[in-house]
Design a protein around this ligand. Structure first.
Ligand code: TXA
Ligand code: MG
Length: 325
């Protein structure tokens, strides 16, 4: 358990060298700091520090079997801890820095805490693209374990204010880097031997992964290679969610997509992208669900969203958010 006092001030830090220096001082003391990434805000701790990692699980109330992603300044830093195969190397060359996570065999001499990978023989690694995350990783050279900076099971944060709402009384600080541009978590790719397996749809679409390395298998809960994080209900608002809806009943709110949103949609309804742009919809999904959730409606109904490109990741998050399990 964390020894930290239950109530504390969360310092809001600027994304420049001053703010990053303060974040570094906290991290070197084993404290936790939320940082912006291009996908969502991450709750960062020194991945080599057992106390910091135990703190991440405690603060998020995260199941102890669900391993964390470790973030690095560049490929060389990541390859000190894991062994890339050829396809992993190609993916890293193509998509890093960026919203892609690779699950690879951990090196025997890796100094990353076993708590980070929950004792597995693999480690999830990523080089994020957000300038503030890069500045922090490059100046400190500390590998940072960082799950999304929200209480486990709730909507992921895409603004500093979302982090403060969910975890503000439990963490040392948050680097405010504005709104996360991608808005949806990284794509996670693992390997069955040398064969690539897509473990989570995310910010790099399956099409772009396949254009780089050829066909990938998509993991299910029953695959040999799977991700402990594939819990069905996840990323959930507290208002019940209905998918693929065309109309809203009285007392409900609509989350639309595209130009055909019904003109008579209830007041307060939102549109993920009026022009039907999936990149824009991904950037809006978590913050709009949050906004609608705060309006205490009887339900949120979501219009159909095409399952191509980033639409797969969006539909994946919506399916989990609506799941009763
Ligand atoms: O975009 C993102 O990935 C964000 C930002 C902060 O980087 N992070 C994030 O972390 O989404 P988190 O903890 O919410 O999701 C990590 C996912 C989980 O589904 C977890 O099970 C999976 O990665 N994972 C981590 N290590 C793994 C491993 N060794 N084997 C299989 N899956 C792993
Ligand atoms: Mg998460």
């Amino acid at each position: 358990m964390s020894k930290r006092a239950p109530d504390r001030d969360c310092h809001v830090l600027s994304p420049d060298s001053d703010g990053i220096a303060t974040a570094e001082a906290f991290l070197r003391r084993g404290e936790l700091v939320a940082i912006p990434t291009e996908t969502v805000y991450g709750l960062a701790g020194n991945a080599m520090d057992n106390t910091a990692i135990a703190g991440i699980f405690a603060v998020k109330n995260r199941p102890r079997f669900n391993p964390l992603i470790t973030h690095f300044a560049d490929q060389d830093a990541a390859w000190q801890h894991v062994m890339p195969n050829q396809r992993a190397q190609r993916l890293a060359d193509t998509f890093w820095p960026g919203p892609l996570t690779l699950v690879l065999p951990k090196r025997n001499d890796s100094t990353i805490s076993h708590l980070t990978s929950t004792g597995l023989s693999t480690l999830a690694v990523r080089v994020p693209a957000h300038p503030a995350a890069r500045l922090l990783l490059i100046t400190t050279q500390i590998p940072l374990a960082a799950p999304s900076a929200n209480p486990s099971g709730t909507l992921s944060p895409t603004r500093a204010s979302h982090v403060i709402e969910g975890l503000g009384d439990k963490i040392a600080g948050v680097v405010d880097g504005g709104t996360c541009p991608v808005g949806i978590e990284s794509t996670v790719v693992g390997f069955d031997g040398d064969s690539p397996v897509l473990l989570r749809h995310g910010g790099v679409s399956q099409d772009r992964i396949e254009a780089s390395i050829g066909t990938v298998a998509v993991a299910t809960e029953h695959s040999t290679v799977s991700s402990p994080g594939m819990l069905r209900r996840h990323y959930a608002p507290s208002t019940p969610l209905t998918l693929n809806a065309e109309t809203a009943k009285a007392g409900e709110l609509m989350l639309g997509f595209g130009p055909d949103m019904p003109a008579g949609a209830p007041a307060g309804s939102l549109n993920l992208s009026v022009s039907g742009d999936l990149t824009e919809a991904a950037a809006n999904i978590f913050s709009m669900l949050r906004e609608l959730d705060a309006m205490n409606a009887n339900g949120i109904v979501v219009m159909p969203i095409p399952a191509d490109g980033l639409g797969r990741a969006i539909n994946d998050r919506l399916m989990r958010a609506s799941s009763e399990v």
